[in-house]
Design a protein around this ligand. Structure first.
Ligand SMILES: *Cc1c(COP(=O)(O)O)cnc(C)c1O
Length: 229
């Protein structure tokens, strides 16, 4: 086995273990492989090992890779998105995890409508109120969901976060738990299902699953450390 194939096998085992530990059913948590900065040759190895869902954070990259790899792959967008790139991006992606303003959401709805399709979206939450990160403040999420719930072409799947960097995965736990509590409160008060919690990366995905993640976004644990671009 190549490193990539072996890494992926190990991550799948760990995801399954974390599902068991946290009383979730097998396959309840979906693994997104984050392929940003990696060339299609590397991604093909992951595809050969059975992976179909990939994440990218640059519009240009996903627009090049998705058509080249073709087939039945699914692409999710996880980076900061400018409105003027939505039209270019949408034909290539099933979901956007990084909706960070109502304006952006409304624009995505409009373009999805033009394309005659629906788009899955997650609202990005800046739980640690960090200046260098995008996303809604925790207390803004409820109002945003209220404002967006009527949009015809968006499926409001749930919430996404990139928590503040912590020295070890266990310290990240409180952020993930905070996300789950936020979601549970919104669910009770707002009546939206919000099934999705997109959280957990290479160094903390197991903890994220234990705290309720439904999708983890793992890059460097699959491919190795990213090449500086
Ligand atoms: C790069 C990235 C990831 C994956 O990070 P790794 O630490 O390489 O697993 C996950 N989510 C987002 C939003 C990213 O930009």
């Amino acid at each position: 086995m190549t490193d990539i194939t072996a890494n992926l096998a190990e991550i799948r085992d760990r995801v399954a273990e974390a599902e068991r530990r946290s009383g979730r059913g097998p396959g309840e948590v979906e693994l997104m492989v984050v392929s940003k900065t990696w060339p299609v040759e590397a991604i093909r190895e992951v595809v050969a090992a059975g992976q179909r869902l990939f994440g990218e954070n640059k519009v240009q990259e996903v627009c090049a890779k998705a058509p080249e790899l073709g087939g039945d792959l699914r692409w999710h967008f996880i980076g900061h998105l400018q409105r003027n790139k939505v039209r270019k991006l949408l034909p290539h992606v099933e979901a956007i995890h990084s909706i960070d303003s109502e304006k952006l959401a409304r624009y995505c709805d409009e373009i999805a409508g033009n394309l005659g399709r629906r788009l899955e979206v997650y609202l990005e939450v800046n739980l640690g109120a960090e200046d260098n990160k995008c996303g809604f403040a925790g207390e803004e999420v409820e109002g945003a969901l209220e404002a967006l719930r009527g949009l015809e072409h968006l499926d409001l799947v749930g919430l996404m976060c990139i928590p503040p960097e912590e020295s070890d995965a266990d310290k990240a736990r409180r952020w993930f738990a905070g996300m789950r509590e936020l979601r549970d409160g919104l669910r009770e008060r707002g009546g939206l299902a919000l099934p999705g919690l997109s959280m957990g990366m290479s160094h903390d995905y197991e903890v994220a699953i234990e705290e309720g993640a439904t999708m983890v976004r793992v890059g460097s644990a699959v491919f190795g450390e990213r090449r500086k671009g």
